[in-house]
Design a protein around this ligand. Structure first.
Ligand code: PLP
Length: 400
């Protein structure tokens, strides 16, 4: 028999991937499943970015590169941080890896010792606590309920900080809620952090460019420059440029941390794909006008989903500022019974019964650390979303 390592025994497999897999199985059986589980844009990578990748292959850029990013890509990232975020980083403050996920992992592995605490606001992106567990740290989950629009308050942050706190992870706009912290809200969190100089901040800005109705994205090192020396500002090309398969993520931060993250990469992944790096240079430096039409489509879909959810018995969802997720509270369905006799005791039951009765796949809130609720990804067609909305409403109306 095979016994997994103690490190892996601390880790849960990805719940979002599990839902997607279950939906795929039902589809294979011929069932018309609408999968609202996936965390990737349904748009294609823009042509000018693809062409840059093809050109890199033609130029023979098919060999090892610097372990933590080519000089060209680091330059493009430095310009991006300056242009979009008013942040100045030098080349030795930039780390590039094989996606946003490994950037975070490299930073955690480079910094955490057993017992070190990482404050993670919930609902959280599923990988944060599991990556902390994997490297032997201790996740400290701070629940932000629907009453506070799924955002933590300064008081909650202050109460969660201990002498063992190493990091606070911020993610705005958020996966799974789509909520964005305003500049003022970040300012208030920064004021708490200024009083605790031992706490570092990892800010996951992956959804920076997917924002709606004039929401002004801000990142904490820009809002409070005194936090610059202990902030890792992380971002990537996966979501904004529909480049999930190219696997490029990056961060800017203190040189001493960045150096150690490079050491991790040098003994694990080595460099991210040379071709993807060339394409990412074009993504960051090139034309961004395609974003407008894509965000308009996302906004239309967001509103379709919100209307369906808020018109369903027992469900409620606040309006997100960005990303392509809606997080619905389903407290009003708990304790009810589905027509097939299934009792809805929690959000896992709700999602399973919804999938069984109406073939709509969504991810239960428990996977994101806040129950009872579920996440809908609306990175799919308007038609699928309209149909899913009808099915969800029918399902909720059928509960007794
Ligand atoms: N951070 C957040 C909040 C995400 O939603 C995702 C993707 O799901 C990532 C990071 C990871 O992105 P990548 O695919 O570049 O590893």
């Amino acid at each position: 028999t095979f016994t997994p390592s103690a490190a892996l025994q601390r880790v849960q497999p990805s719940a979002t991937l599990a839902v997607t897999q279950k939906a795929r199985e039902l589809k294979a059986k011929g069932i018309d499943v609408i999968s609202l589980g996936a965390g990737e844009p349904d748009f294609d990578t823009p042509d000018h970015i693809k062409e840059a990748g093809i050109a890199a292959i033609r130029r023979g850029e098919t060999k090892y590169t610097n372990v933590d990013g080519t000089p060209e890509l680091k330059d493009a990232i430095i310009k991006k941080f300056r242009r979009d975020n008013g942040l100045d980083y030098a080349t030795n403050q930039i780390h590039v890896s094989t996606g946003g996920k490994p950037v975070i992992y490299n930073a955690l592995l480079a910094s955490l010792n057993p017992g070190d605490e990482v404050i993670i606001p919930a609902p959280y992106w599923v990988s944060y606590p599991e990556m902390v567990n994997l490297v032997g740290g201790t996740p400290v989950v701070v629940k932000a309920g629907i009453g506070n629009r799924f955002k933590i308050s300064p008081d909650q942050l202050a109460a969660a900080i201990t002498p063992k706190t190493r990091w606070l992870i911020l993610n705005s706009p958020s996966n799974p809620t789509g909520m964005g912290y305003t500049r003022d809200e970040l300012r208030a969190l920064a004021d708490v952090l200024l009083a605790h100089p031992h706490v570092w901040i990892m800010t996951d800005d992956m959804y920076e460019h997917i924002v709606y109705e004039g929401f002004e994205f801000a990142t904490i090192a820009e809002v409070e420059p005194k936090l610059y020396d202990r902030t890792l500002t992380m971002n990537g090309v996966s979501k904004a440029y529909s480049m999930t398969g190219w696997r490029i993520g990056y961060a800017g931060g203190p040189a001493a941390l960045i150096k150690e993250m490079g050491k991790v990469a040098s003994q694990t992944t080595s460099n991210p794909c040379s071709i993807s790096q060339a394409a990412s240079v074009e993504a960051l430096n090139g034309d961004h006008s395609f974003l407008e039409a894509r965000n308009a489509a996302f906004l239309r879909r967001r509103d379709l989903v919100l209307e369906a959810i808020n018109g369903a018995e027992g469900l409620i969802a606040p309006t997100p500022e960005g990303a392509f997720y809606v997080f619905a509270d389903c407290s009003g369905t708990i304790g009810k019974t589905a027509p097939d006799g299934t009792m809805i005791n929690n959000d896992t039951d709700f999602c399973a019964a919804l999938l069984g009765a109406e073939a709509v796949a969504a991810v239960p809130g428990v996977a994101f650390g806040l129950e009872p609720g579920f996440r809908i990804s609306y990175a799919t067609s308007d038609e699928a979303l309209v149909e899913a909305g009808k099915r969800i409403q029918r399902f909720c109306a059928s509960l007794r």
